[in-house]
Design a protein around this ligand. Structure first.
Ligand SMILES: C[S@@+](CC[C@H](N)C(=O)[O-])C[C@H]1O[C@@H](n2cnc3c(N)ncnc32)[C@H](O)[C@@H]1O
Length: 265
């Protein structure tokens, strides 16, 4: 069984450009039907934020990687968004996009699609600018530490979001559960957690790196959230169609969970 140290070591070979190519370019970046994976993910998030229930001062994105799509429906609801990742190479990619550096990944199809889903008539350039304005910090994180952000955070956040991080950075289910406990300390009581992740995946590729993933089922995810003191508000699953099984991972499906940290007495 792989140790935490081995997982961390393996991530040093993670190639952000290859990861983006594998997951966020065609064929996976297909917006032509709601049945494809990217529109499904964006719709889950647009609907969750669209309820207006999830709002406040601070939103933290746990394990952002080199991607920003997960935050597209959030900026209207928070004063400050904090992005985080374990790897400096990913934090650099994020800073490049935030500063609109030439050669940054083109997220415009995602931004346009989020505008369409939200149906508020917002111009995609306005959404893009708003997200860039709201992301105030890009911080290092390690979900396996009791304090994943060290001393960088003074107040717990109003909400957390995380996409494809916990299962992809944990060598086994025990470690996945513990990582969820650790990141839960960053969230205030009554705060919301939106998570999207892989179901029954054992690996994915990012250039030369082959990253091992702990295969989790719907019941595993629900159990972990319940044991961490959350009430599950919504849980959805997506079955990966065979046309999107392109050899860059062995993902069987995807889950979306909206959970609320219970108020304790
Ligand atoms: C599969 S990628 C997900 C990236 C992005 N959130 C997405 O939706 O595509 C997994 C991410 O977890 C990060 N990661 C690996 N080990 C971690 C750790 N110990 N703590 C936090 N993040 C970690 C990696 O650097 C990588 O960016």
């Amino acid at each position: 069984m792989s140790s935490l140290a081995a997982v961390g070591e393996n991530y040093q070979k993670f190639n952000p450009r290859a990861y983006l190519q594998n997951n966020y370019m065609p064929p996976r970046a297909d917006f032509s039907s709601d049945d494809f994976v990217v529109p499904w993910k964006l719709r889950c998030l647009a609907e969750a934020f669209g309820t207006g229930e999830i709002h406040g001062q601070t939103l933290i994105d746990i394990g952002s990687g080199p991607t920003i799509y997960q935050l597209l429906s959030s900026p209207d609801h928070f004063e400050e968004i904090i992005m985080t990742d374990f790897l400096e190479v990913n934090r650099d990619v994020l800073r490049g996009w935030l500063q609109a550096e030439p050669g940054s990944f083109d997220w415009s199809p995602y931004i346009k699609h989020a505008c369409t889903l939200e149906g508020k008539g917002e111009h995609w350039k306005d959404k893009e600018r708003k997200l860039r304005d709201k992301v105030k910090r890009v911080l290092p994180i390690d979900i396996h530490q009791l304090k994943p952000l060290g001393s960088a955070l003074t107040e717990p956040a109003d909400a957390l979001i995380s996409t494809f991080c916990l299962e992809a950075a944990s060598p086994n289910y025990e470690s996945f559960q513990k990582a969820l406990e650790n990141v839960t300390t960053l969230l205030k009581l009554g705060g919301h957690f939106l998570m999207i992740g892989a179901l029954e995946e054992s690996f994915y590729l990012a250039g030369e790196a082959k990253l091992l993933v702990v295969p989790v089922t719907e019941e595993d995810v629900k159990g972990a959230f319940t044991r961490c003191g959350y009430k599950i508000q919504d849980f959805r699953t997506y079955v990966m169609p065979s046309s999107l099984k392109i050899g860059v991972d062995d993902v069987r499906g995807i889950f979306f969970v909206h959970a609320q940290k219970k108020m304790q007495t």
